[in-house]
Design a protein around this ligand. Structure first.
Ligand code: CTP
Ligand code: MG
Length: 221
């Protein structure tokens, strides 16, 4: 066991709606964060889970996930990840970053990402092919071009890194990034893709909660 998983869970879930922070929203009677952490803990490599919680809910999150280290999250996802990264001990070699909102991500994907980091990658991301036709538009919503989707990928989490690479990426980050591999990419490192999973979908909008409920029924663990 040599892996720490950082779990950004401090977002408000504006697109999902409902008024509670998204990680605490329930799916089949349990918060998304609990579903996510249960699956992380089942991955054999995971030694430590660090949750960046909504600042007002730190104690509640400690009670929900007793085995985890819990820190207050920040105003952006990037700041939440940085806060969690700051408490990872030096003895940890591999750090994964995993959205609480990807609550049904299977332990096998966690393990596959960790394995690829151990095999020498500077950054590892789960990737899926794009299924829709993609077009670029102008400010007036007129199509400028249709983009060849063959080389495009949808990127998920967990994303994995050697601890020191992720620390350097955060230290040297310019502006806000929507994922951690994007910062490592900017350092000039190669980012390695492994096959993603439909179960790792990010619960973002109300429809995603409906899909997740149905996925949970067929993939209960
Ligand atoms: N996140 C975080 N800290 C923030 C913002 C987001 O830890 N300040 C986390 C979310 O809790 C989520 C993950 O980053 O697990 C991915 O973000 P997203 O799906 O955008 O969640 P929210 O920001 O909560 O949703 P929205 O953008 O709709 O408000
Ligand atoms: Mg967000």
């Amino acid at each position: 066991k040599d892996v720490a998983v950082l779990v950004p869970a401090a977002g408000m879930g504006v697109r999902l709606g409902g008024g509670t922070p998204k990680a605490l929203r329930e799916l089949a009677g349990e918060p998304l964060l609990v579903h996510a952490c249960r699956r992380l803990a089942l991955a054999p490599s995971v030694a430590m889970i660090v949750i960046a919680a909504p600042p007002d809910d730190v104690d509640a999150v400690r009670a929900l996930v007793p085995g985890a280290t819990v820190v207050p999250g920040g105003a952006t996802r990037q700041q939440s990840v940085a806060a969690a990264l700051a408490v990872v001990p030096e003895s940890i070699e591999v750090v994964l970053v995993h959205d609480a909102a990807r609550a049904l991500t299977p332990p096998e994907l966690v393990e596959a990402v960790a394995d690829a980091v151990r095999a020498g990658a500077a950054a590892v991301v789960p990737a899926l092919p794009v299924v829709d036709t993609i077009k670029r538009v102008d400010a007036g919503e007129h199509v400028l071009e249709t983009i060849d989707r063959t080389p495009l990928r949808v990127i998920q989490t967990p994303q994995g890194f050697p601890r020191l690479t992720l620390i350097r990426a955060h230290a040297e980050a310019v502006g806000e990034h929507t994922d951690d591999a994007g910062m490592v990419e900017r350092l000039g490192h190669k980012v390695h893709c492994v096959p993603g999973s439909d179960l790792a979908l990010k619960i973002t909008r109300p429809l995603d909660l409906v899909i997740a409920e149905s996925l949970l029924a067929t993939h209960p663990l």
